[in-house]
Design a protein. Structure first.
Length: 356
């Protein structure tokens, strides 16, 4: 074997050397990849840390501006600041643990955004419900005010006391329920508001909603009726303890006294040939010709005819028949065509409404 043979590498040596170089190159690549991964992770951690610091600073700023919790997130969403809204909402979820079915217990930005969209829609629906409920209550009050004088009269007729001086309220309670079922519940505006309200509530409930209008609003309506009637009672002059004990002439003066106490200039005819007008009352430059009927049975046509003629005789602006009794159907029909007002004596204190 020559020296040259010793220096020249064999085929096996070259293959072994190549394999070693391949291993070293692979190790080098993996080392470089590992360093890149470490560098990327470090960069990502620094970015996440910076994002958290930015988020905390933004949260502090938003808190100082009053954007806190669910309401704050919704307010930001309505201002088209969706990124800030999601940040505030995320903090709200972290602090309260309140999730809805959209989030599926995930705090990813996508889940939080879907979650917040649901809350925004839900809150808008709740606000709509609140507005509709207020409109419904307002309409109930309007209907009560339209019939306040009749309600007062009904309460005076229906409410009584037993021998032990305890109030008997059954008849009055039935009257209030009748008023609710026939005047409130059948009002077209009430029906429309009720249907819209039920539709909004159905959106918030997975189960079908029952019509609970009676149980929900009857307490409010009954309370409002009592409030209005009580207020009217305070405005009303004390009634004679037993009106049937008065003579017709005394009844005329009694009605005149009620009007005087309510600011009317009054003249009582009190004599034959009065042309069907017992009392002339003037207020606001308008004159009302009044016939007073103290009867034990319903008032018929003749009273309407007489006071209508008397109104023209005295050049009055309005004609009124006032009584302690109700009026026959014929009298009401004639009064409707002639423009004569019919009134219970307990309503005289509100006569100003006739010419308002």
């Amino acid at each position: 074997m020559t020296r040259l043979d010793l220096i020249t590498p064999t085929r096996e040596t070259i293959i072994a050397l190549g394999f070693v170089l391949l291993i070293l190159f692979t190790i080098l690549l993996k080392t470089i990849s590992w360093f890149k991964k470490i560098a990327k992770e470090q960069h990502q951690k620094r970015a996440e840390l910076q994002a958290k610091i930015t988020e905390i600073n933004m949260l502090d700023t938003l808190r100082q501006q009053g954007f806190v919790g669910l309401q704050g997130a919704i307010a930001l969403w309505h201002q088209d600041n969706q990124d800030e809204a999601i940040i505030v909402y995320k903090r709200y979820v972290y602090e309260t643990g309140n999730y809805n079915f959209y989030s599926n217990y995930s705090l990813s930005d996508e889940s939080l955004e879907n979650d917040l969209k649901y809350e925004v829609a839900r809150m808008a629906n709740l606000n709509s419900i609140t507005i509709l409920e207020k409109e419904l209550e307002t309409r109930c009050c309007e209907i009560i005010m339209e019939h306040k004088h009749i309600l007062l009269k009904k309460k005076q007729q229906k409410l009584s006391v037993d021998d032990y001086k305890r109030p008997i309220t059954e008849a009055w309670n039935k009257e209030k329920l009748y008023f609710f079922n026939h005047l409130i519940a059948n009002d077209e505006d009430i029906i429309d508001l009720k249907n819209r309200l039920n539709e909004k509530k159905a959106l918030l409930s997975a189960t079908s909603t029952k019509d609970t209008f009676l149980t929900t609003y009857s307490p409010f309506v009954f309370t409002e009726i009592e409030r209005v009637v009580t207020q009217l009672t305070k405005q009303q002059p004390p009634l004679h303890h037993d009106i049937t004990r008065l003579t017709p002439s005394e009844f005329e003066h009694y009605c005149a006294d009620i009007l005087k106490k309510n600011g009317w200039e009054v003249m009582v005819n009190g004599k034959s040939g009065d042309q069907g007008v017992d009392v002339l009352a003037e207020k606001y430059g308008k004159t009302v010709a009044i016939q007073c009927k103290l009867y034990s049975s319903p008032i018929g046509n003749s009273a309407v005819q007489e006071v209508f003629s008397g109104m023209h005789h005295y050049h009055a602006d309005y004609a009124l028949v006032v009584s302690n009794q109700s009026f026959t159907l014929s009298a009401r029909q004639l009064a409707s065509t002639t423009g004569v007002a019919l009134m219970d004596f307990t309503e005289l204190y509100s006569l100003s409404d006739l010419i308002a």
